[in-house]
Design a protein around this ligand. Structure first.
Ligand SMILES: [Zn+2]
Length: 244
């Protein structure tokens, strides 16, 4: 999808204003970029709510009519029922996940890298939407944006161990790893997030996955593994829809 500022990804299946940005914007200090990307979501930059991400499972809530002022709390999940603001997470190899409930119009944005996925951050987000907005997980839709793919997701044994510790059923994590060289493994981060969303109650068919690896496609997408400290950030963002 071509926007005035560059290429963006959207899922035709997700009926709420949303996007995943590409490498066409860095989304660091350049104010103009933030203005442009916010405009694509139909908001001013002050109404594009972000969090200070810490690879955890903390939840920030933007409630209708009470979202502003937004102190940018420390969190890796934002949920919102306010159609006047957009919510977003920034990533470069971690998975951005957008959630949407057709019935209530409520939305969520999740920063799910390996640390988050090991701590079941996607499932925490689904529970937060259920508990806060009365969302039925079986009616939630999810879009998983570009992230480090199983092709490039080499991790050490400490990562496998972190997943094992965080899992309710440790045998369930085997599907997320393939053997790599020596003691390394290859993590399929999108698959781990998808399986966790299904375990949290979403229908498998209600989850779309871009299928794009950030490192493989580093000429189009930001990848920390490819560019290290020079990597910009991709924004995954969504706006709730007014229903009631
Ligand atoms: Zn790859």
């Amino acid at each position: 999808m071509q926007e005035p500022w560059g290429r963006a990804l959207r899922s035709a299946a997700l009926p709420a204003p949303h996007l995943f940005t590409s490498r066409d914007v860095e989304l660091r200090e350049d104010e103009d970029e933030w203005v442009s990307v916010a405009a694509s979501l139909g908001v001013t930059p002050e109404r594009l709510l972000l969090v200070r991400q810490v690879h955890g499972t903390g939840v920030a809530i933007a409630r209708r009519g009470r979202a502003l002022p937004w102190p940018r709390p420390e969190a890796d999940i934002i949920i919102s029922d306010d159609p006047d603001v957009a919510i977003g997470v920034g990533v470069a190899d971690c998975a951005p996940i957008l959630l949407f409930d057709r019935r209530s119009g409520a939305a969520g944005a999740v920063h799910a890298g390996w640390r988050g996925a090991a701590a079941q951050v996607a499932a925490v987000a689904v529970r937060a939407m259920r508990d806060t907005f009365g969302v039925n997980p079986a009616e939630l839709m999810a879009a998983i944006g570009p992230c480090l793919g199983a092709c490039c997701g080499e991790v050490g044994p400490e990562v496998v161990e972190a997943f094992r510790r965080g899992a309710a059923d440790p045998s369930g994590i085997d599907a997320w790893f393939r053997p790599g060289a020596d003691d390394r493994s290859l993590l399929d981060l999108a698959r781990a997030n998808r399986d966790q969303l299904v375990a949290a109650g979403l229908a498998d068919g209600a989850i779309v996955d871009s299928g794009l690896c950030t490192k493989t496609h580093h000429e189009r997408l930001h990848s920390y593994r490819a560019a290290r400290d020079r990597a910009g950030r991709m924004l995954g963002a969504i706006r709730a829809v007014r229903r009631r």
